[in-house]
Ligand binder design. Structure first.
Ligand code: DGJ
Length: 782
């Protein structure tokens, strides 16, 4: 809901209020973003101006107490006495960088307003209202429209900016962020924290939480994508906020390109938060009459801790960012060929895996990299999508038909933004790759980036992927992108500083053209794992491959980091072999499942190598996941506050059912009892909590097995290794009963193994151990 009264704009969601007012000099003064307040005279919340600030510049000679440097502002100009960083730098021929943006008018629209060039969140008139505030500086010949869309039930407000050149000559936009927000740091307890999600390839989105010091803090990307270095989403939290209490602001961007998110802690008790396109390497000329629009920023606030904020962000992504066709669609359990077969795929080898996959209960079979002509390794083939006849003598159609006979949907991997030098496409069109004129282009993973600023390249990609999808009954596509941009120069834009942004805008158009007419195809996006995990990719896809790292202990950090801002239905999580291919860590099959099930489950495994016990375990895992799929993909996810750094507790619930995961990264000798609090239950209803049965593979014990066997056995001998294939021990048989109020205090879990005895009720966790707990309602309370 949006109301305008006496110069103040009141943006109201179900639980939050966002207010700002037009000042006596026409600037927009930010007043409040926080808990919902009844609409009223906001004067008591306005920044005092009864005395002149020292070392400030007065905006107007007749009003010496009015300085832009000390006011909380909605969108600052440049050169008017506000010495904090401006979200906007526009170079005009006659006045340079001077920009004084004043209020000229506003309009309110029912529903969201789609951007022309970029994906944006969508809301019907019943779900959303949009306020467009027009600011202008006539002398500079610039109009700026600030868009605010209020998603009332979702408790989210989005912002974006459209700038227009109204002058007689070209201007150059050198920086234009999507939002600026000046928050009193006292509203966050005076010692605010910044939480960012950072990492690298195979170590994406680790949460980092630190106090905000004076000056700048923030995140950015210059890789051409939203990047595995810093996710565009970040949080600001009060000093005392934790998972379930306290004030938290969340910010994200609907953008897949170079981004910047910053917090500037200044001298006047205000935090300037801003975000949008990274100005590094960006510049956008505007001819008279032309416009430029920024990506959309997503803002949410909760005073119920990080979990409260995450719940709002999750619901918003599902209801207003994902394409409607993917919203609550169940994601199938996938088999993916990559980690088991790498490039060495063929119809024969894939079908061997597919028979096993179908038998174990998987639903989708994905042919990853290596299926097309020339693709023997990563040096060749990208760009041409003709099937390799030697690997698939009867074509892909034969495989798809056979998969279908096994009851499996077929999926296919593509990497259409890239080209290898050793490809027909590159031999025909070397000029289609991004390159600085007169300089050899750099390679990344042996490949070049196709110039998506060139409309012919876009048409080629749309036609070639479209033809592949139309020739076969593929129900799923994995769209990969395995290198960063460099040599970011295209002859198809008017100025070099336009290339990176135009690339991203055209990528979204390409994705729209391919996938909107083919709604039966489930799209998963990927970029060397989580190099492009962002809301703009989710405007086209159902989910994103979170990381090339499938080691569950690494995944605890990666998936937990993502969970702050992205719902589980968008986080693709697979189980692979152990020891792990990147970390050499040996983890139990149970833990690999227990982590991956908090997301969209899949397997990347040579299924032929599974022992009979492992096959039983995998079959039960999949059956369990399929029974509770709705909870794992669309339930409410909560992180429990970590009792110590090596323990993670996750919970999903839907008001009816609850499942918890208890994970131990590292064992300590003589551990204190673990407490497992169950959140969100009805206090007076009685529940039973049972551990999900899982197998303890006996080869985990080595020589220790001799403590329980009647005769001594060589742990590496044939007897024990044969026995390990066909027998296993029961792990974690636990059961607890209590009311919701009692269980919320923290179940005192059974002892962990500590060498004194073994029986099925002892928790055999060790390093990397974990258990799932299923909570069932027994009796209603009075
Ligand atoms: C990177 C992806 O993240 C992997 O899952 C796999 O698809 C490879 N590319 C294939 O080249």
């Amino acid at each position: 809901m949006i109301e305008h009264r006496d110069g103040t704009f009141y943006l109201q969601t179900a639980h939050t209020s966002y207010w700002f007012a037009v000042t006596e000099h026409g600037h927009l003064e930010h007043i409040h973003y926080g808990p919902r307040l009844a609409i009223q005279d906001p004067s008591a919340l306005r920044w005092s101006r009864v005395a002149r600030g020292g070392s400030t510049v007065a905006y107007a000679p007749e009003d010496v107490r009015y300085s832009l440097d000390t006011l909380p502002l909605e969108f600052s100009g440049i050169g008017q006495g506000d010495y904090r960083t401006s979200p906007c730098e526009i170079r005009t021929a006659h006045v340079g960088y001077d920009l004084d943006l004043g209020y000229r008018g506003h309009e309110v629209h029912a529903g969201s307003l789609a951007a022309r060039t970029l994906p944006t969140a969508h809301g019907t008139p019943a779900e959303a209202t949009t306020l467009v505030i027009d600011l202008a500086d006539e002398r500079a010949g610039i109009e700026v429209a600030l868009h605010y869309t209020v998603f009332a039930a979702a408790d989210v407000i989005t912002r974006r900016v459209v700038v227009r050149n109204t002058g007689p000559a070209e201007v150059v936009v050198e920086k234009l962020l999507s939002f600026q927000l000046d928050l009193p740091e006292a509203s966050l307890g005076g010692a605010p924290r910044l939480i960012t999600f950072d990492g690298a390839w195979i170590a994406e989105t680790h949460a980092h939480d630190r106090p905000i010091g004076p000056g700048f803090s923030g995140v950015s990307s210059s890789t051409g994508s939203s990047s595995n270095r810093h996710n565009p989403g970040f949080l600001l939290a009060a000093a005392d906020a934790d998972e379930d209490h306290g004030r938290v602001h969340g910010f994200n961007l609907v953008y897949s390109g170079n981004h910047l998110g910053s917090v500037e802690r200044g001298a006047t008790g205000l935090l300037r938060v801003a975000g949008g396109i990274n100005p590094q390497g960006f510049s956008w000329p505007l001819a008279p009459g032309e416009e430029f629009e920024t990506p959309e920023a997503v803002l949410a606030f909760a005073d119920t801790g990080f979990n409260g904020l995450s719940e709002r962000m999750h619901r918003f992504v599902v209801d207003h960012v994902l394409p409607a066709r993917y919203r609550r669609t169940p994601r199938p359990v996938a088999y993916n060929s990559w980690e088991a077969l790498s490039f060495d795929v063929s119809e024969r080898r894939l079908l061997k895996q597919a028979r096993r996959a179908a038998d174990l209960g998987m639903e989708l079979f994905v042919v990853d990299d290596g299926w097309f002509a020339g693709r023997k390794d990563d040096t060749a083939g990208l760009g041409d999508y003709a099937v390799d006849d030697a690997k698939f003598p009867r074509g892909l159609g034969s495989l798809v038909t056979k998969l279908s006979a096994l009851g499996l949907q077929a999926g296919i991997w593509v990497e259409p933004e890239m080209v290898n030098e050793d490809s027909e496409l590159y031999r025909t069109h070397p000029e289609w790759a991004l390159r600085i004129p007169g300089k050899p282009a750099r390679l990344g993973r042996q490949q070049h980036v196709l110039d998506l600023c060139n409309p012919d390249v876009c048409d080629y990609v749309v036609a070639s992927v479209g033809a592949l999808l139309d020739a076969h009954d593929f129900r799923y596509v994995k769209w990969d992108m395995n290198r960063h941009l460099a040599d970011t120069h295209s002859p198809h834009v008017r100025a070099p500083g336009m290339t990176a942004h135009q690339y991203v805008a055209n990528l979204h158009d390409v994705l729209r053209r391919i996938f909107e007419p083919r709604p039966h195809v489930l799209l998963e996006t990927c970029s060397s794992g989580g190099n492009r995990f962002d809301l703009a990719m989710l405007a086209h896809s159902a989910m994103i491959w979170a990381s090339d790292d499938t080691d569950p202990i690494e995944r605890l950090e990666i998936q937990q980091g993502l969970s702050y801002l992205y719902p589980l239905s968008t986080i693709s999580a697979h189980i692979s072999n152990a020891p792990h291919q990147q970390t050499l860590r040996n983890t139990p099959l149970s833990t690999r499942f227990n982590v991956a099930c908090f997301g969209v489950l899949g397997y990347e495994y040579d299924l032929e190598l599974l022992s009979s016990e492992e096959r039983k375990e995998v079959r039960e895992q999949i059956a369990f996941y399929r029974t509770h799929r709705d909870l794992f993909q669309h339930g409410r996810f909560r992180r429990h506050t970590k009792p110590h750094p090596d323990r993670f507790v996750w919970q999903v619930d839907d008001g009816d059912r609850t499942i918890l995961g208890n994970f131990q990264r590292r064992v300590v000798a003589a551990p204190a009892p673990d407490l497992l609090p169950v959140a969100g239950l009805e206090p007076e209803t009685t529940y039973r909590v049972r551990s999900k049965p899982q197998r303890l593979m006996i080869d985990r014990f080595g020589d220790l097995i001799n403590h329980v066997t009647p005769i001594r056995l060589d742990p590496r001998g044939v007897v024990l290794s044969t026995a390990a294939k066909f027998t296993s021990l029961t792990d974690a048989a636990e059961e607890y009963v209590g009311t919701g109020a009692l269980l919320a205090q923290g179940i005192r879990l059974h002892h962990q193994f500590s060498g004194t005895e073994y029986h099925p009720g002892i928790r055999m966790l060790g390093d990397h151990g974990s258990t799932l707990y299923v909570v069932e309602r027994l009796e209603e309370g009075p």
